[in-house]
Design a protein around this ligand. Sequence first.
Ligand SMILES: Cc1cc2nc3c(=O)[nH]c(=O)nc-3n(C[C@H](O)[C@H](O)[C@H](O)COP(=O)(O)OP(=O)(O)OC[C@H]3O[C@@H](n4cnc5c(N)ncnc54)[C@H](O)[C@@H]3O)c2cc1C
Length: 456
Amino acid sequence: MIALTERTLSGWGGYQPLSCSVAEPSSRGQLRRILDSQVEHPHVLARGLGRSYGDSAVCRGGTVLLQGNADRILSFDRATGLVRCEAGVTLADLIQVCLPRGWFLPTTPGTKFVTVGGAIAADVHGKNHHVDGTFGRWIRRLTLLLADGSERVCGPDQDGDLFWATVGGMGLTGYIVEAEIQMRPCTTAYFRVDYRRHRNLDATLAAMEETDSDYRYSVGWIDCLARGRHLGRSVLMLGNDARAEDLSAQQADHPFTVAPKNRKSVPIYFPNMALNRLSVSLFNEVYFAAHPDRSSIVDFDTYFYPLDSIHHWNRIYGRRGFVQYQALFPPGTAEKGLRAVLETLGRFGLASFLAVIKRSGPANPAPLSYLYPGYTLALDIPNVGERMLEMVRQLDKILLHEGGRLYLAKDSLMSEDTFRAMYPRRDEFLAVKRRVDPGNRFVSEQARRVGLIVTS
Ligand SMILES: Cc1cc2nc3c(=O)[nH]c(=O)nc-3n(C[C@H](O)[C@H](O)[C@H](O)COP(=O)(O)OP(=O)(O)OC[C@H]3O[C@@H](n4cnc5c(N)ncnc54)[C@H](O)[C@@H]3O)c2cc1C
């Protein structure tokens, strides 16, 4: 019998932690035995590194399955860049093994501390969605353990419905045990980044559109407290892979080696009042001033993972935590929708010092995958109780009105009605879930809240 422990779990935002039973299977056999014992484990859910912000890796009354023992890279073909690994392997592990051999992640979220299982389940995206799509596009094959304990292999060309429902399916179709990932060739561990300041939202959006075909990577920081003619002022960070000849002599000696960063840590939860309008506005002034237009060669860690250098940075939001709100708008309504979101933030005075804008390209076949062509704005919103909830309700209305949608990996609060309106392919997903998990063995708090469960 596998040992269960009670743990208080939440997502990265630390919003509303819950007590859950947790197990860490040591082998696939043990995992299968858990799935076989339906009476003891009526509900199960895989959990990666808990970097989703809300309650998608939390399951009250079920067994949350950790993957600390599923962290092996099973094979890596350095000629083709194809990696086969267990789902608990992290993106940091993949970089460590593949980068020195000239292969990088085909796409990556803003932290490398996520598992392959979590990256597939959320179908994560990076700064290069407009060019390279999501993580799911680079998965050649998956091995899943289904609710009845059976093992199933699927891929884009093998049981495609199950494959695409699992990509972006937030762990609700089965337990991913293994994946094959196509890495992308690179010639250095560095990127050529152009930093460009823009004075307002119109200029920011125009610049993103104009530069789309010139840069593989595109991301911007937005000053969400700027008002009036400066509303939406930003610093865009536009990047391409650096070539060997772009590097300094010192870098060129070891083009795939980046000195490890001195990681800082936030050792305690900050008091709830530490992040207020004044402190965020000061931060924003300093950040904007510190980023004049310039071009630099920066290593992958600096460009893709600035927050990873601060361990437990989420504690600056205090014990009440925060929610993340990632809004996607189609191109036709993006300017209007983003303006309304920024104005609403300003009215409520609930400032987010991390406000990130990205451009997205075509959607993939996965029914729950988040992105379609448009612009996304991701905001961290401190949990100040009812005022935060009221603001989120108003933001939801804006999104619904402008044809926008929220990202499941970031969501903590979306209602079932809102989810149904934002994800019109929900029934296609549920048809697959009905086929492989009619009894809702795989369930999360988020699935219960947004109605991603099979009903009879
Ligand atoms: C600082 C930061 C920056 C981020 N930036 C981005 C970004 O730029 N783009 C983006 O897309 N996301 C981003 N994210 C979100 C993050 O990439 C996703 O939430 C990702 O899913 C987290 O992976 P995880 O391993 O921590 O999974 P968890 O958060 O533990 O779980 C997420 C989901 O995956 C499921 N899951 C995990 N393992 C398995 C498995 N083996 N089988 C089946 N289901 C599984 C869980 O059940 C859950 O539903 C960011 C998060 C942080 C904290």
